[in-house]
Design a protein around this ligand. Structure first.
Ligand SMILES: C[S@@+](CC[C@H](N)C(=O)[O-])C[C@H]1O[C@@H](n2cnc3c(N)ncnc32)[C@H](O)[C@@H]1O
Length: 349
């Protein structure tokens, strides 16, 4: 950790921001270690103008205000109206005068004080919204969780470096935050985007299926989810103990993002694998869950074999690629040549 992020963490009182009057912790709080990693990547300097999306408790707003110092400013946007006065009050009580919190949908950014030298998000958009891109300075860094496929729960935390208004370097690491939502969320446990079939029982975790390949055929997606719910076969996970499911997942995102499927399997939570018209095969941390015809299991086995043949590449060898769209920058992952190794950033455009 750099001295500045460590100093900011030492100077800003976490409990002051996250603790509720009854002693509980505000649910919208993030873990300090994950915050620290993202702030390291953001590389905030004194005097910077920073746009923050997802104020939550206001703790990260306080850290950012500490990092930009008296000559900088922080504009923070929070969609959940009740959290805005809460954060404002606590920031004021902590002596913060350079941060402003507004109630809005973070997809719109905050044009009032653009351009920004840094943009950081604590909620996951489906792409980097064009408003953020329009609001950055010629030289800027964006650090945000973002979708890396049109697939529920497929996300990474990316660091995008913009130089001279154009050139982009994108690095990616595993991680994610709650999905960005324009309104308060009422159903928990169900992803907000890219769910193709869902079953939400009362008082239990939901079942859901996300499959770009079945997206045009909602009946097939529903039938497959029904099969999974009614007859889920279970066998031990096919990955060896030394093989990392997170790394295999990174490889899948980079290699077969359109063929891949994800699922919520009630109390088994999220899983990743293959879905066909008639069969499903999903990996959890310790199981292979299958249903219907064996074609999906064959697809998944072929992917595992290909990943092994390629030397089991994972997060240390993927980078992000920007895919420009009318709504903003879509982010996809790509495999780096093996000899470039960890920490190397891919140049795009
Ligand atoms: C993980 S919490 C933020 C944690 C915060 N950084 C902290 O230290 O407490 C994510 C926040 O993003 C907010 N959020 C979700 N969708 C949003 C949107 N579209 N615009 C702005 N904020 C959003 C949520 O209401 C929530 O407060």
């Amino acid at each position: 950790m750099t001295a500045s992020v460590t100093d900011a963490v030492a100077a800003v009182d976490y409990d002051h921001f996250v603790t509720e009057p009854d002693g509980s912790t505000l649910p919208q709080s993030s873990s300090i270690s994950s915050i620290q990693q993202m702030l390291e990547a953001l590389d905030v300097r004194p005097g910077h103008h920073v746009l923050e999306i997802g104020t939550g408790s206001g703790y990260t707003t306080g850290l950012l205000a500490n990092l930009v110092g008296a000559a900088g400013l922080v504009r923070s946007v929070e969609v959940f109206a009740d959290l805005v006065p809460r954060a404002q009050t606590r920031l004021a009580a902590a002596g913060v005068t350079t941060a402003t919190v507004t109630n809005n949908d973070g997809y719109a950014g905050d044009p009032a004080r653009a351009p920004y030298d840094r943009v950081v998000a604590w909620a996951t958009p489906h792409l980097i919204p064009s408003a953020w891109i329009d609001q950055i300075a010629q030289d800027a860094v964006i650090v945000a969780p973002v979708k890396v496929a049109r697939l529920a729960r497929a996300h990474a935390i990316v660091t995008i470096t913009v130089t001279g208004g154009r050139q982009m370097a994108v690095s990616a690491r595993p991680g994610g935050y709650i999905e960005m939502h324009p309104e308060p969320v009422t159903v928990f446990g169900l992803p907000l985007r890219y769910v193709d079939a869902a079953h939400v029982p009362d008082g239990a975790e939901p079942w859901w299926l996300s499959s770009p390949a079945l997206r045009e055929d909602p009946d097939a997606a529903r039938r497959l989810l029904e099969l999974l719910r009614s007859a889920p076969g279970s066998s031990p996970a096919p990955l060896a103990e030394t093989e990392d499911l997170e790394d295999f997942t990174a490889w899948l995102y980079a290699t077969v993002p359109a063929e891949l499927a994800t699922a919520g399997l009630s109390d088994r939570f999220a899983a990743i694998g293959a879905a066909t018209q008639t069969g499903a095969a999903f990996l959890t941390d310790d199981e292979l869950v299958t249903s219907g015809s064996p074609d999906a299991a064959r697809v998944l086995t072929a992917w595992i074999n290909q990943w092994r043949d390629e030397g089991r590449p994972g997060w240390s060898t993927v980078a992000g690629v920007v895919v420009p769209t009318a709504e903003g920058w879509g982010i996809r992952l790509t495999l780096q040549p093996a000899n470039l190794g960890e920490g190397v950033e891919a140049m795009t455009q």
